[in-house]
Ligand binder design. Sequence first.
Ligand code: XBP
Ligand code: MG
Length: 251
Amino acid sequence: MLDAVIFDVDGTLAETERDGHRPAFNAAFREYGLDWDWDVPMYGELLAVTGGKERMRAYCTKYRPDFLQRPDADATIAELHKAKTRHYVRFMEQGTITPRPGVLRLIRELRANGIRVAIATTTTPQNVDALLATTLKDLPADTFEVIGAGDIVPAKKPAPDIYTWVLEKLDLPASRCIALEDSRNGVRSALAAGLPVLVTQSTYTQGEDFSGSIAVLSDLGEPSAPCHALSGQINGSSLVDVALLRRLHAV
Ligand code: XBP
Ligand code: MG
């Protein structure tokens, strides 16, 4: 029985990293008079570490070690992150980030079939709220029954904690759910929580090692724009729908 589908957010529901999170970090750096600038390739490297505060700290360790010597380094990173969240929400309100192919279609179909949907993400809760209010505004407000986000658990992906937290709130065993992810860190997190996981590869996660996943797909597909499998089998399907998820889950 497939009772619930748990969605990752960044890269899975929408391509938020390159033109959402990345410029929001840069705007925060400018606001604080820092000469840090994360271009597209640099940000790809930095995505190896999940969580914005953790990502800034990892950047400093490698590229700005002097900054970490400042007595107020941690407090400044926390302030920068608050500013980054404010900029991110503002960018989302400009309405340029669209859902990935098949996302709205699949979520509506899941709900129509009584399958519960939830979110497990490392991003900050305000960012999820902003995405729901803009990119995903066509979904009913109560679509996602459980939203696990950000610092609600101490250890971010690839640790299993956020998925385990969501499973507890859903009151479901991992075996009755599927996770949808776009990154290796996300796959590792879901697998460590005992969840089967299907991957829709995103801009920044092309070619990552998704071992352990059911299959790696280009996207979820639309009737007018079929998806394709990059590895694994989707039984000749050209889009991910409830019937396919049930078949994949039963294997
Ligand atoms: C998303 C992340 C987050 C965002 C930034 O990963 O790693 O850190 O990039 O969000 P996933 P915050 O898709 O695996 O959840 O700055 O709010 O942390
Ligand atoms: Mg992701």
